[in-house]
Ligand binder design. Structure first.
Ligand SMILES: *Cc1c(COP(=O)(O)O)cnc(C)c1O
Length: 343
């Protein structure tokens, strides 16, 4: 079992966090003269709850977790950056990132001056635990995995992830941003067993809330408490907390959206496979398709000229010729197919 204390930067272990007015007095019915807020323009005159108590209770019970196992941030991006700041000493520590995957892990590493070792997926995009573990050395503090993966759209093999959790002493981050699209239940049930597991979730995809910026990290209570100490005191604003409560209060709606997108994905996959310039549609467990085409750069421009923007991923490892296409509404998907047929 990983001893988390040994992995954390000393300055973070010793940090005395900022204590805000709302940390020191948490009651409600009072005249607030403690935070230099304006008395006008309620409710926005008040600072938001730094502990996000109500939202955290709802989200953690939805996920079957204790509130102490849940960090809420300004998108998953904040959680990724905080993990670097908690665990990685700039200029000294390293991380391993599976390749290809989401670009933010590398950007956060660069910003924090943390060296990156990339571990390639197999050409069919499956995860090879041995290759990840081979890249991890004494200075490696974290490994980044993404399942289902962006941009390859496949779910990673859980037994390979477990080999990494067992074989690596540092933190294993598994980004489950797309887990709601046929990704199964994910790895939450492993949290009790592996103190070094951190799962990332977000309201940006299946919950249709990318604009409000609400991401989560799920993990060991001690690790989560460290993230809470390092974050900006008011990292999730009042508008976001309110809107997030509204979104997660309507799980039926989210499920309807997910089912619609899954059926559209299936239709799109079938239609795309019948188009001449499409060489391959990779199997997907997400709300997008990785599609190999004959001439991705020219096709990208042509689609953009027709008003449809996709993502050119053809320069990513093992992604030669590939465009990444997000599943849209039925009408949007029809327009895409129409453009491709007339190309
Ligand atoms: C879209 C996406 C996210 C979401 O990030 P937010 O900051 O929560 O919007 C996280 N991870 C991956 C792999 C993604 O593709």
């Amino acid at each position: 079992m990983t001893d988390l204390k040994l992995l954390v930067r000393n300055n973070i272990l010793e940090l005395i966090p900022y204590s805000s007015a709302r940390d020191e007095y948490t009651g409600k019915d009072a005249i607030f003269m403690d935070a230099n807020e304006s008395p006008f323009n309620g409710p926005y005159n008040r600072y938001p709850d730094p502990g996000q108590k109500i939202l955290k209770e709802k989200l953690s019970s939805m996920l079957g977790l204790l509130t102490e196992q849940l960090f809420i941030g300004n998108g998953s991006d904040e959680a990724i950056d905080l993990l670097f700041r908690v665990f990685c000493t700039p200029g000294t520590d390293r991380v391993v990132i599976m390749d290809p995957s989401y670009g933010m892990y590398r950007v956060c590493a660069d910003i924090n001056d943390v060296a990156v070792d990339f571990a390639e997926l197999d050409p069919d995009f499956s995860l090879n635990a041995g290759r990840i573990l081979d890249k991890a050395g004494p200075a490696t503090k974290m490994v980044f995995l993404c399942s289902p993966n962006n941009p390859t759209s496949n779910l990673l093999d859980q037994s390979e992830i477990i080999k990494i959790l067992e074989g690596f002493e540092g933190i294993v981050v598994v980004d489950e941003a797309y887990i709601d699209f046929e990704g199964g239940v994910g790895l939450i049930s492993l949290l009790g067993k592996f103190a070094n597991l951190v799962i990332l979730r977000t309201l940006s995809k299946a919950w249709a809330g990318a604009g409000i910026r609400l991401g989560m990290a799920l993990g060991d209570p001690f690790l989560i408490s460290l993230m809470g100490r390092v974050k900006y005191p008011y990292n999730v604003n009042m508008l976001t907390q309110d809107k997030a409560l509204e979104l997660i209060g309507n799980e039926t709606q989210k499920q309807e959206w997910v089912e619609l997108l899954l059926s559209e994905r299936q239709r799109l996959e079938k239609e795309l496979k019948a188009i001449r310039i499409v060489l391959k549609v990779h199997p997907s467990n997400a709300n997008f398709l990785l599609v190999e085409v004959e001439d991705p750069d020219t096709l990208y421009d042509s689609l953009a000229g027709g008003g449809i923007i996709v993502r050119n991923r053809s320069r990513e490892t093992h992604c030669n010729g590939c465009l990444r296409i997000t599943v849209g509404t039925r009408d949007e998907n029809n327009r895409l197919i129409e453009l491709l047929k007339s190309y």
